[in-house]
Design a protein around this ligand. Structure first.
Ligand SMILES: [Mg+2]
Length: 339
């Protein structure tokens, strides 16, 4: 039976407003794909980030326009399929990711094998962090309480009241903290002072301290920084990785930036080749996107796969998250069910 493709827009609502250095949102419109061959139904998700592309409406137009070409893509030829996806949709990484994910899910279901096994990964994963977005100081105790079960917190900074935020968090908890500045510190002096100060606050690493285009400044910061530096906005696609040698210690890989599991696997290999530590991260996503990235989880030193537990209305069930422990399934493909 020929393939068929359906899509829908789902509005996912965050438990708390999700605020970072450059944006604040309380809901996100994501696009869910259902790819079927008549026997199996596979899922994919596009959670477009405004940092990298237009919103969901542009994706809906692309899906309508190119549906026939999509249905001709090969289910079992990931590399050539990804080449075609990049030619068809150069302006939408998240649509590439949604389609790549759905085709991988279908491939795994046909083989009767979980994707993590197909990828040569294992079920032994490190504990994922749980993100504390920027907020008024008065809300911080409530947010730390909401995160009580999670042993590792990722703190969003990059404001003009970073010290107050950290003081409010440290008044509530002595957990391991990771800090993501989301390009929020604009000068080398600010970044140097920030890195030095956070090293005294029992912080494990510093993510994207400065704007991606200030790569020279970040390289100078690294000469000084007592904390490892991890690239996020600087490590978008596989071709970015060689240029980060000497600037960063680790890279954050996300499906919605890189265009899917096929490219994420390439980034894992390149990270090994160039001796970068690997973090696997996410946008605010449902359990479809999170389950997809989790398939590569055992290749990472750090996991930040909490997008589905930050939302109040996840329409899907996939991998588990028990206090930050991501539980991979033995089901074929991604193992997604509607919740
Ligand atoms: Mg980040």
């Amino acid at each position: 039976m020929p393939l068929s493709l359906k899509w829908s827009v789902q509005r996912i609502t965050t438990k708390f407003e999700f605020k970072i250095a450059r944006s604040a949102e309380s809901y996100y419109d994501v696009i869910i794909l259902e790819l079927s061959d008549g026997e199996f139904t596979a899922f994919g998700e596009a959670a477009p980030s405004k940092r990298y592309e237009q919103g969901h409406k542009a994706i809906l137009e692309l899906l309508s326009e190119f549906k026939n070409q999509i249905l001709e893509l090969a289910v079992d030829q990931a590399e050539s399929r990804q080449d075609q996806l990049e030619k068809l949709f150069p302006q939408s990484y998240s649509l590439q990711a949604a389609l790549d994910t759905a085709f991988w899910d279908l491939h795994g279901q046909r083989l009767g094998t979980p994707l993590w096994k197909i990828f040569g990964a294992t079920r032994q994963l490190v504990t994922s962090s749980y993100t504390i977005g920027i907020s008024d100081l008065s809300i911080i105790p409530e947010k730390i309480k909401e995160a009580a079960a999670y042993p590792i917190l990722k703190i969003k900074l990059g404001t003009d009241y970073d010290h107050d935020i950290m003081r409010a968090i440290r008044a509530e908890t002595d957990k391991v903290l990771r800090v993501d500045v989301n390009e929020g510190w604009k000068t080398l002096d600010d970044a140097r002072r920030g890195a030095e100060w956070l090293a005294e606050e029992n912080v494990e690493f510093l993510e994207q301290p400065m704007p991606a285009h200030q790569l020279d400044d970040i390289a100078r910061l690294r000469d000084f920084s007592p904390l490892p530096l991890v690239a996020d906005e600087n490590s978008v696609r596989p071709e970015d990785i060689p240029g980060l040698v000497g600037v960063y210690d680790g890279i954050n890989i996300k499906l919605m930036k890189c265009g899917g599991l096929t490219n994420a696997r390439k980034m894992v290999s390149l990270a090994h080749e160039h001796k970068f530590d690997i973090m696997l991260g996410c946008m605010i996503e449902t359990s479809i996107g999170i389950s997809a990235m989790s398939q590569l989880g055992s290749f990472a030193r750090w996991l930040d796969l909490d997008g589905n537990v930050l939302i109040a209305n996840d329409p899907y069930k996939g991998v588990g998250n028990q206090a930050g422990e991501i539980i991979l399934l033995e089901k074929p493909g991604l193992g997604i069910e509607k919740s």
